[in-house]
Design a protein around this ligand. Structure first.
Ligand SMILES: Cc1cc2nc3c(=O)[nH]c(=O)nc-3n(C[C@H](O)[C@H](O)[C@H](O)COP(=O)(O)OP(=O)(O)OC[C@H]3O[C@@H](n4cnc5c(N)ncnc54)[C@H](O)[C@@H]3O)c2cc1C
Length: 386
């Protein structure tokens, strides 16, 4: 008998959500999560917690709608409280081209069931006091979107997994996946050399997914990109709540946090690297663009800076599914900066895939085979990435 029916490598929000949903559908006694550090200590612990339904791809919209619904009803599903607040999500632009894309995007999103409104510059000034709106053309606003607390969500999922009988092993680093002569996954090998057998293996290692798959000769283009977040000290007269607001032209974003402001972004095009250390002096790079859009941030003291790795793919969509030629080997990673908000839906999809039941969302656009076949993905790339 195998050591586990399913081994999930990685105890971030994706691995935990997958374990929880699998435990609802099959013998929970056989589901093991192996996490090299502490559960929830990876990229998930660095996330801002934004939850939005504005995307250009139907798949991402459907993942977001399903996930947002589950964040809203979290307590009844998983227990605990992820502190989901519907502060709204706003994209703004001063560019004619981006304005046309936002308008076209809003039309598509409405077709897919998203309630999105177009805001004029005067409406934008009322919605986000403190934002310079003179040059803006338009904004798209989703009032029901918002934010949750990644630490609280992970802790709640960890407890839900334990209650459901999932085995969570911390300090268990996986060195490689074991593959049988027929190509099927047969388990994993831990860093100390211990082999563990399993009928199925799910690799959910966030930005560290590609190095693990490389140990068995698989190249999946999930690349680590540094993302840094800054928190100011108290900023008198800054509104206690504004929507999570993204300047699409520069990729900068901000939201209120008590009497302070949290901001970041503008680092979409940095070179891939596994260095996730905070670099406080990088704030200089945001300089003029930040102050131009939110003039008050120029005078705000920065009291906290933290950074993590976003797990980006060439088309900015996640990688979810069974690897071609390797039955029983699944990937759930590469969510390109959307993994926190998509985790509830991804868990459901993974459980459906593993049990051969219908998926709640058509996840064919996320299949890992799209990269192994070297398809050109530029036309289908997600456009709402910042
Ligand atoms: C600064 C920042 C802000 C972000 N903001 C948002 C946001 O607002 N909204 C949003 O949706 N997303 C956001 N993201 C992205 C989000 O954090 C990720 O998409 C999400 O957390 C990915 O979850 P995960 O479980 O795949 O990865 P992780 O949380 O990284 O989990 C993977 C786990 O695998 C473990 N692991 C790795 N290799 C091994 C191994 N060999 N053996 C055993 N364990 C291993 C790691 O220790 C880690 O705990 C942000 C990311 C950053 C960096």
């Amino acid at each position: 008998m195998a050591d586990a029916s399913v081994i999930i490598v990685g105890g971030g929000i994706i691995g935990l959500s997958t374990a929880f949903e699998m435990a609802q559908r099959q013998s929970h006694a056989g589901i093991t999560v192996l996490e090299r550090n502490r559960v929830g200590s990876g990229t998930t612990s660095k996330a801002t917690g934004g939850i939005r339904t504005q995307f250009s791809s139907e798949t991402n919209v459907r993942l977001a709608l399903l996930s947002r619904e589950r964040f809203a009803h979290w307590q009844g599903i998983y227990g605990g409280n992820p502190r989901f607040v519907r502060i709204g999500y706003l994209f703004v632009t001063a560019s004619e081209r981006q304005a046309a894309l936002l308008q076209a995007g809003a039309r598509e999103q409405r077709r897919w069931g998203v309630e999105v409104s177009m805001l004029t510059p005067p409406e934008l000034a009322r919605t986000v006091p403190g934002m310079a709106t003179g040059d803006l053309r338009v904004g798209t606003f989703t009032e029901s979107d918002g934010m949750a607390d990644p630490g609280a969500a992970t802790a709640a999922l960890e407890s839900a997994c334990r209650r459901a009988g999932v085995t969570l092993r911390e300090g268990a680093e996986v060195q490689s996946v074991r593959i049988g002569t027929d190509g099927a996954a047969t388990g994993v090998i831990l860093k100390d050399g211990t082999p563990l057998s399993a009928d199925r293996v799910v690799v959910a290692c966030g930005p560290w997914t590609a190095p693990l798959l490389a140990t068995i000769g698989l190249s999946v283009p999930i690349r680590p990109h540094h993302r840094q977040v800054y928190r100011t000290g108290p900023l008198p007269a800054w509104p206690p709540t504004i929507p999570l607001t993204v300047d699409l032209d520069t990729g900068l974003y901000c939201h209120s946090d008590g009497g302070a402001v949290v901001f970041g972004g503008g680092d979409r095009d940095t070179s891939p690297s596994f260095d996730d250390g905070a670099r406080p002096s990088d704030v200089v790079r945001l300089g003029d663009a930040l102050i131009k859009r939110w003039p008050r941030l120029g005078e705000a003291p920065i009291t906290h800076t933290w950074a993590g790795l976003r797990e980006m793919t060439p088309d900015d969509h996640g990688v979810v599914g069974e690897l071609p030629d390797h039955p029983g080997l699944f990937v759930a990673a590469g969510f390109s900066g959307h993994g926190f908000m998509q985790a509830p839906a991804v868990g459901l999809i993974m459980a459906a895939l593993a049990t051969g039941s219908p998926s709640p969302v058509d996840a064919s656009a996320l299949h890992p085979g799209r990269f192994l076949r070297n398809e050109d993905r530029r036309d289908t790339a997600e456009r709402y990435v910042f």
